[in-house]
Design a protein around this ligand. Structure first.
Ligand SMILES: [Mg+2]
Length: 346
């Protein structure tokens, strides 16, 4: 069999400027990979390069020709472990570039098997939690209005970005705008240990269900202190990038956040979910602002997670792809009636 692999970089606008503690995103440069098998099947993959993890669309584009050469050389779309190992030898970094190839190969392998990806993996679609919807940083009234809109669209869980000097005001205002929503917050490393311990108490009083990455990833002791004193579950995102990080955060967090843009492959994402289980950790599947090819692929893993934050495509002005729909947050895998990830051009 011969495989033919190519890529392009798409430029995708966000629906509104998306701001977190580290900065604002207005446009996402998204590498898109297509791999075809000569039998009329094409796998589509993508992933969001993230500067925080040392990757940009330009560095992804620089390594993708070598990655795709390796795919064509091995030439077997079902040799997923072998190709993944080879990709890791060709490029040690660039998790999004390798992740995009991983998604395209899994989409292709599942299409060749004639099964949706979650069925190929034997996962139970009834176990997929709903996705939350993220409220980015803005002025407080705009965040409250955005929260109200999300609740009106049917989302029952909101993730509120924090990491400002007005975090308490944001939580109070969003809470009163969405009194019945489940709230999670994400400080994206912005707090000191002392601030985080105090904020955890405040957040628990407001019924917040989860505190994500309160302190910098390079301060593991601070994370442990927050985890030990907090009255609500703590999730490790920036502190948990790849598989070896899972046991390392087991005594510092309740939940790990798995993202394709960090861990470089769907297979590694699955290994991390199983390792978390072994360590007594819960799993959140997360994303960057990104399009359906990667969002849908991760959504097929949702039955392995307790928490899902896969709203990346919903934050785009126009996703050129459809895949796994999430009306009101519900991830309805059983409704994916196409083989592969279900992704196709709109
Ligand atoms: Mg996060």
């Amino acid at each position: 069999m011969t495989l033919d692999a190519e890529f392009e970089t798409l430029s995708l606008d966000t629906e509104r400027p998306f701001t977190i503690a580290r900065g604002t995103t207005r446009t996402v440069e998204y590498p898109l990979v297509r791999i075809s098998d000569g039998d009329g099947n094409e796998g589509i993959g993508g992933a969001a390069p993230t500067r925080h993890y040392g990757e940009t669309a330009a560095t992804a584009a620089a390594v993708l020709p070598d990655l795709l050469d390796a795919v064509e050389t091995i030439g077997d779309p079902h040799a997923l472990d072998r190709i993944e190992r080879r990709l890791g030898e060709v490029v040690r970094r660039n998790p999004a570039a390798r992740g995009a190839v991983s998604v395209a190969l899994h989409d292709l392998a599942a299409k060749r098997a004639g099964l949706p990806l979650y069925r190929l993996w034997g996962l139970d679609p009834d176990r997929a939690p709903e996705t939350c919807y993220t409220i980015g940083l803005d002025d407080v009234d705009a965040m409250a209005e955005h929260a109200r809109e999300a609740v009106d669209r049917g989302f029952s869980t909101l993730k509120v970005k924090l990491g400002t000097d007005r975090d308490r005001e944001i939580v109070r205002t969003v809470r009163s705008a969405a009194p019945d929503a489940a709230l999670r917050v994400d400080a994206n490393e912005a707090w000191s240990r002392a601030d985080a311990v105090r904020m955890a108490e405040f957040l628990a009083d407001f019924g917040v269900e989860l505190l994500e990455q309160p302190v910098p990833a390079d301060e593991p002791e601070a994370l442990r202190r927050v985890y030990e004193s907090a009255a609500l579950p703590v999730a490790a995102d920036e502190s948990c990038v790849r598989l070896p990080d899972v046991p390392a955060v087991a005594d510092r967090a309740d939940v790990i956040v798995i993202k394709l843009s960090k861990c470089a492959s769907l297979r590694e994402a699955r290994r991390m979910a199983h390792a978390a289980r072994a360590e007594g950790l819960d799993v959140m599947l997360g994303c960057m602002v990104e399009a359906q090819p990667s969002i849908a692929a991760m959504a097929h893993l949702a039955p392995l997670a307790e928490y899902v934050d896969l709203d990346g495509s919903l934050l785009l002005a126009d996703d050129p792809f459809e895949g796994v729909g999430m009306p009101g947050g519900e991830i309805d895998l059983a409704a994916v009636d196409r083989p592969g990830t279900g992704v196709r051009e709109r």
